[in-house]
Write a new protein. Structure first.
Length: 161
């Protein structure tokens, strides 16, 4: 499994994987995926196995009062490759990128009904900081979660397993 940066030629495979990973209400359109992956402040890590796109993680570096913060837009892993450490590798690689941007925090939203994802993020060191009613549409609430990252050059992050 090889981790690398995003290339525009990855877009169709990323959209197809997102369709495979999520129910319709949680999927990104091709235009949305492109906008997130190719934004100036995007940090994208892609996992490939041979010619197959195995997973990817998109973060956006956002300005905040206390300094830049990394927002996890999405984390997608092929269903048959889950529970093998790939999602953790993607998140750790993405965390390393955003630490270089000066980020001290990663934040995200996760559907309250996705217990597996919530548990995964908690194991990485994320904590719940609130609930956002209707974040994914009527009746689809999200937990807001965050994890602290050390400054560049510090020991391994809170995310390290």
């Amino acid at each position: 499994m090889q981790l690398r940066s995003y290339r525009p030629s990855d877009l169709d495979a990323m959209v197809a994987l997102d369709d495979l990973c999520f129910e319709e209400a949680f999927r990104f359109s091709r235009a949305e995926m492109r906008r997130y992956a190719e934004a100036k402040r995007a940090r994208v890590v892609v996992a490939e196995s041979g010619a197959m796109l195995a997973g990817f993680c998109i973060l956006q570096v956002e300005r905040a009062a206390g300094g830049p913060v990394a927002y996890v837009v999405t984390l997608d892993v092929r269903p048959e490759l889950r529970r093998q450490g790939l999602a953790s590798r993607l998140m750790l690689a993405a965390a390393e990128q955003v630490r270089r941007d000066g980020c001290r925090w990663m934040v995200l939203h996760v559907y309250t009904g996705n217990a597996a994802a919530i548990g995964f993020y908690e194991r990485l060191g994320f904590e719940v900081v609130g609930t956002v009613k209707g974040f994914y549409g009527p009746g689809r609430d999200a937990l807001a979660m965050r994890a602290a990252l050390p400054l560049c050059g510090d020991p391994p992050p809170v995310l390290g397993l």
